[in-house]
Design a protein around this ligand. Structure first.
Ligand SMILES: *Cc1c(COP(=O)(O)O)cnc(C)c1O
Length: 454
């Protein structure tokens, strides 16, 4: 009997609405606060730096379904639907009775899920008369996605990339420039914030904190310029639900429903994207799917952080957000999964963890690369170092099934490919990578900087 390997939706069957889980949550997320007054922010407050529609979506606790604009759907069709794939070879290698499926978000030309939100963010900017967009990027996945989306809607994009990342992994900056974006290593001399940092510390390697300050400064001092963010915020996870909504239809084609849904976790966008549509059936229809977010053990906000109001960025420029946090100036070890080196969890996810709707697992770097190697050698796809965390968590679950003899259905999100991260694989193969840990004392120390803890 011939078995089906992958499940693909026709263009006409691609979902036409995003799912806003906030509307269905029993306990709603707490509001973001103005750090000076401690008053809840309104959409108009956020719209000083973000476009108005995303600012509204951010705080929308009313509408469970939000129409995807026609013009966005047209662009989604350049690379969606993405395949849902049954990982037969991985199952065989693990000798597990579990059925393992993955949603392959690495198949678009930018190589990660981030473009799913870059496109609508740039579309709304265009609609509102914005001409310029700006952002920060670490390893460059978000900068690359935004540069592409800005190009298709005719916007100018300025990306501040963490200087040390730009020097060590320049290829994604070449992608950004190919699409016409300008890329500055941060700290740069192009903003007051950057100049101040360089004056104080001429060889500052840069961080997401320095890059955020520069991008926000540019957005607030340039007419018709908006800031954009590739993770953490509610509207970003909203746009990413296209992943889970497609997967729901595709699992139906496969005749199965997931017992466990797994994704890696940086700020929560790819996790929310695949998880929220399935979680609605736990909330509304009494399903018992387990939701597992895989984080690096060197940046363990879900498993060891505290639920507090904290800043979203290192420099303390953003509103205060109610989140599981390690403290906004926590400095994660230099692991290769750059996209997971973030101190806090998004606001929705933080509430869902508090309510026991999902949980985190923390995984050491070497285990993630061992998982990525096994996946590459069985399924033929080299995963992004971030996605390796999801694979490692999946393997743990599949091994539990082997021990118990249970035939669980596991679905994980392959958030991106690792073809621009091959130096990391080379280092792993050469035995040059290490595990990092973080002590309780270090976490306690960092939490002292959290405003809510003072
Ligand atoms: C950015 C990124 C992540 C982490 O971000 P989330 O918002 O947590 O999804 C994970 N995987 C890849 C490939 C990324 O580019």
């Amino acid at each position: 009997m011939s078995r089906q390997k992958k499940f693909i939706l026709q263009e006409k069957d691609i979902p036409t609405q995003w799912y806003n889980i906030q509307a269905d949550m029993v306990n709603k997320p707490l509001p973001p606060l103005n750090p000076a007054t401690r008053q809840p922010l309104q959409a108009e407050d956020l719209a000083h730096i973000f476009n108005l529609e995303c600012s509204r979506q951010e705080l929308d606790q009313e509408h469970a379904w939000i129409d995807i604009p026609e013009e966005v759907l047209d662009k989604y069709k350049y690379y969606r639907s993405t395949p849902l794939v049954r990982a037969y070879e991985l199952e065989k290698a693990l000798d597990t009775p579990a059925h393992i499926y993955f949603k392959n978000e690495s198949t678009n030309p930018l190589g990660s899920h981030k473009v799913n939100s870059a496109i609508p963010q740039c579309y709304y900017c265009k609609q509102e008369g914005v001409t310029n967009v700006t952002t920060e990027t670490g390893a460059g996945q978000w900068g690359a996605a935004l540069s592409y989306a800005a190009r298709i809607y005719g916007l100018e994009a300025a990306v501040y990339q963490v200087k040390i990342s730009l020097q060590q992994k320049p290829y994604r900056s070449f992608i950004m420039r190919t699409f016409g974006a300008t890329v500055e290593g941060s700290p740069s001399m192009s903003t007051r914030a950057g100049k101040d940092i360089i004056t104080r510390e001429p060889h500052h390697p840069g961080s997401l904190g320095t890059a955020i300050s520069e991008a926000i400064e540019l957005a607030t001092t340039t007419p018709n310029c908006k800031y954009t963010l590739g993770s953490v915020l509610n509207h970003v996870a909203l746009h990413q639900t296209i992943i889970g909504l497609e997967a729901e239809k595709q699992m139906e084609m496969a005749g199965e429903y997931p017992d466990k849904v797994i994704a890696c976790f940086g700020g929560g966008s790819n996790f929310g994207g695949i998880a929220f549509p399935f979680m609605r059936h736990n909330i509304k229809d009494g399903r018992h799917t387990e939701f597992i977010a895989a984080e690096p053990n060197s940046c363990p906000k879900l498993t060891r952080g505290k639920f507090e109001y904290d800043f979203g960025d290192e420099a303390g420029y953003t509103p205060l957000l109610p989140m599981y946090t390690l403290g906004h100036d926590f400095k994660p070890a230099n692991i290769h999964a750059g996209g997971l080196r973030y101190h806090g969890a998004g606001v929705i996810i933080s509430q869902l963890i508090k309510d026991g709707m999902m949980y985190g697992v923390d995984i050491p770097q070497l285990e993630t690369f061992a998982a990525g190697m096994l996946f590459a050698r069985t399924e033929g796809i080299i995963p992004a170092p971030e996605s390796c965390h999801a694979i490692a968590a999946t393997i743990r679950e599949a091994q539990k099934c082997k021990e118990s003899g249970e035939q669980k259905v596991i679905l994980f999100n392959l958030s991106g490919h690792g073809l621009l991260d091959m130096t990391a694989y080379d280092a792993y193969i050469n035995g040059d990578l290490t595990n990092y840990t973080v002590s309780d004392e270090e976490i306690e120390q960092n939490l002292k900087a959290v405003p809510g803890m003072q």
